[in-house]
Design a protein around this ligand. Structure first.
Ligand SMILES: *[C@@H]1O[C@H](CO)[C@@H](O)[C@H](O)[C@H]1NC(C)=O
Ligand SMILES: *[C@@H]1O[C@H](CO)[C@@H](O)[C@H](O)[C@H]1NC(C)=O
Ligand SMILES: *[C@@H]1O[C@H](CO)[C@@H](O)[C@H](O)[C@H]1NC(C)=O
Ligand SMILES: *[C@@H]1O[C@H](CO)[C@@H](O)[C@H](O)[C@H]1NC(C)=O
Ligand SMILES: *[C@@H]1O[C@H](CO)[C@@H](O)[C@H](O)[C@H]1NC(C)=O
Length: 275
């Protein structure tokens, strides 16, 4: 696929990429050259202070890839449908190493039209965003492939997909230090980090094919047949290396799975150790 060949070129030489005047897909990854000088550590496992927050996510070093299972979107009439044979993306969250988390960390990158919560614990309001949809930021980089993928696998319930994406970006990605604007260096282009976050979240999602793992263990969606919790946990643990959090509706209907990991390097690179 084109975007993989683009990524490969970018990793093997920056000069090659900048020489490609007609490159159709703009690279949106951070500039990692300074990270070569930093000690190699998994996030949340550093034994000395992390100096360059562009190289390892901190304080949000416990990275969660969260997924939804549902059977309707409430907007089927508008063509917003769930994919067949797959869970969908909820988000990519930076929890602190103790499980607490920060949210809406950068007011200058608040693109959520309906912030939730509407205020910080100290009472300061989180203002609603009124500008262009976050999908237009992806279009600006001509990442129609990414938009198509997100419209297939990053599905909102009873709201426009792009509003949900904006919520996830503003609430969580702004607290993931390796997506900070300063990490993109001199070749930064406006909104590059937004596209990098969405691209990263979709790639990480693909590393956890929940539906396929369960199906391969004979566990299929059903309104009649139930499965013991431990068989679902075992199936997922044997394929990912750790037991994810499972969320249920009414204690019996499986609707969410959260995969926790420590990352080596940036979240964009997403080399992980499950935890
Ligand atoms: C890991 O890095 C963070 C951020 O610099 C720091 O607050 C924390 O104390 C470090 N952990 C250890 C054990 O040094
Ligand atoms: C309230 O909390 C937010 C988020 O932690 C912070 O950005 C803001 O400066 C605080 N406001 C006041 C008045 O302390
Ligand atoms: C990355 O940053 C380094 C300086 O840290 C700079 O020399 C290099 O040109 C940058 N690369 C790109 C592609 O911007
Ligand atoms: C289970 O029931 C829901 C709600 O009635 C329905 O939408 C869904 O298709 C059913 N799922 C299966 C696998 O039969
Ligand atoms: C969950 O339980 C409540 C109360 O028993 C019930 O009204 C509701 O229909 C249940 N939801 C589902 C999806 O089964």
């Amino acid at each position: 696929m084109r975007r993989y060949s683009g990524l490969y070129l970018a990793l093997s030489g920056w000069t090659v990429v900048s020489a490609l005047a007609n490159c159709a897909v703009s690279p949106t990854h951070p500039n990692l050259s300074a990270c070569a000088l930093e000690p190699l550590t998994f996030s949340c496992e550093n034994t000395t202070a992390i100096k360059n927050t562009c190289c390892t996510p901190t304080p949000g070093g416990l990275v969660l890839q969260t997924q939804f299972w549902s059977t309707f979107t409430g907007r089927e009439d508008a063509g917003q449908k769930l994919p067949k044979g797959s869970w969908t993306i909820h988000g990519l969250w930076p929890d602190n190493c103790d499980g607490s988390f920060e949210q809406y960390c950068d007011p200058s990158r608040q693109y959520d039209p309906a912030p939730s919560p509407q205020a910080f614990p100290n009472g300061t309001e989180i203002p609603a965003y009124r500008g262009p949809g976050i999908d237009t930021f992806i279009e600006k980089f001509k990442r129609y492939d990414l938009l198509d993928y997100m419209n297939k696998y990053w599905i909102a319930q009873s709201m426009d997909n792009a509003i949900f994406w904006a919520h996830e970006y503003s609430k969580h990605a702004t607290c993931t230090s390796t997506f900070d604007i300063q990490c993109y260096g001199d070749s930064y282009e406006d909104k590059m980090e937004v596209v990098d976050f969405f691209h990263t979240a979709t790639r990480v999602f693909q590393q956890y094919p929940t539906f396929d793992i369960l199906a391969a263990n004979g566990i299929m969606p059903s309104n009649k047949t139930g499965y013991p919790l431990h068989s679902i946990q075992n199936a997922l643990r044997t394929q990912t290396g750790a037991t994810p959090y499972l969320g249920c509706l009414n204690r019996t209907i499986l609707t969410e799975v959260w995969y926790f990991s420590h990352v080596l390097g940036t979240v964009s690179s997403f080399s992980v150790r499950m935890s």
